[in-house]
Design a protein around this ligand. Structure first.
Ligand code: ADP
Ligand code: MG
Length: 371
């Protein structure tokens, strides 16, 4: 529907119930960095096992710091000692490699892709939490985009007798509601179009045809360098940019092109600051509305919902320096997980107004029975 207004909900993606059931939520805790190993910080995330973590464990009650500044005592007393238990599809501790994350996330997604469903993988979290490390990584330590593509080539080469497939990749940035080509940088934004065969398209976008995953390594690294950075404050600006890698896969027997989208979202601290918690899950992909700006929503219109598989990887720091950001990310991820669980349980009740139900659940507070 070419006329759909920017920001409209995905319309052809089937029921919301179905969509929610197809979300997988994985939390990744990165190792402490040098600053965080300093005296003024403590570890506030305890990975209990491969599905559970405790946020702000009791026994380490001390003043906490937010962005390096000690918070008022009142805040400390209220916030600390929470010992909140969170359960997700998977929790990965500091020793997890990008390969481990791949095994738990996009490896499954490839099966859906082969069956003809578009799939999306999001990395969510505050600036510095490890999103780009997870998604893109480096040539020496490639992220899940490379690992996924490597596995895809391995899979198709093992079952396609003739090399009867075509793989095209693109890498774009959504910044300030504008779309830019990261593979062929230009200051002129590109326009979105919709096409019966190819789905949502970006007019004039570079679509590189590739035959091996290796060809991606330079592309991703250079593309990532082309993301928006303000000369005086790179971090503040780059944290507001979303990067979207898309892969289109087609064989001659398929009527339709299948898409995999890997989205490195803008830093979530921007969304936390708006405080609109209740709004977060009312829109399409269970991705924070203030994060999924309308261009991104449109771009992913054919890749969310219905039988599309969605994976959300929430990245966090284990340090008290990022206390609020981590807490917000965990709450957000827990909601996504909770929706998925409650939907699975209630799947027969297809007519239930799930939005109302979620709102009720939000009031109940996340999952956190203490004992
Ligand atoms: P984000 O994209 O969320 O802003 P980055 O991925 O750029 O954060 O990570 C911030 C810093 O932390 C980078 O220097 C990165 O190399 C490092 N880092 C992130 N995750 C890990 C990890 N799992 N292991 C080692 N270093 C990491
Ligand atoms: Mg980043």
């Amino acid at each position: 529907d070419v006329k759909s207004r920017p920001g409209a909900l995905p319309s052809k993606c089937g029921s919301t119930l179905n969509m929610a059931a197809n979300i997988k939520v994985v939390v990744r805790v990165r190792p402490l960095n040098e600053k965080e190993r300093g005296a003024n910080s403590r570890v506030v995330v305890d990975v209990v096992d491969d599905t559970m973590l405790v946020f702000d464990p009791k026994e380490e009650l001390r003043p906490f710091f937010y962005q390096g500044v000690q918070q008022p005592t009142k805040n400390v007393l209220r916030r600390a000692n929470k010992e909140l238990k969170f359960v997700f599809d998977n929790v990965c501790g500091q020793t997890a490699s990008n390969k481990d994350i791949f095994e738990l996330t996009t490896k499954d997604v490839l099966a859906s892709l082969m069956e003809g469903y578009n799939c999306s993988v999001f990395v969510y979290g505050a600036t510095g939490a490890g999103k780009t490390f997870t998604m893109i990584g480096s040539k020496e330590n490639p992220g899940i985009t490379y690992l996924t593509m490597e596995h895809l080539f391995y899979t198709i080469n093992s079952f396609e007798k003739e090399r009867d497939f075509d793989i095209g990749v693109s890498y774009i940035e959504v910044y300030n509601e504008n779309v830019y080509d990261l593979l062929k940088p230009s200051k002129t934004p590109l326009q979105l179009r919709e096409d019966a065969k190819y789905g949502v398209m970006v007019a004039g976008l570079t679509l590189e045809s590739i035959n091996t995953a290796r060809e991606l390594l330079n592309m991703l690294e250079n593309g990532n360098k082309n993301r928006t950075q303000h000369p005086t404050d790179a971090n503040a600006e780059s944290s507001r940019s979303h990067a979207v890698f898309q892969m289109r896969y087609k064989t001659s027997s398929q009527a339709r092109v299948v898409k995999l989208s890997m989205i490195d979202l803008a830093g979530s601290e921007r969304a936390s600051a708006t405080g609109c918690v209740g709004e977060r899950f009312k829109e399409g992909a269970n991705i924070n509305r203030s994060l999924l700006d309308s261009k991104l929503t449109r771009l992913l219109k054919d890749s969310l919902g219905g039988n599309c598989k969605t994976v959300m990887i929430a990245n966090i720091s284990p340090s008290s320096i990022s206390y609020e950001d981590t807490y917000n990310t965990l709450k957000y991820a827990a909601r996504a997980n909770k929706i998925q669980l409650s939907v699975k349980k209630n799947i027969v009740d297809a007519k239930a107004d799930w939005r109302c139900r979620i709102t009720e659940e939000e009031k109940l507070h996340i999952t956190l029975e203490s004992h």
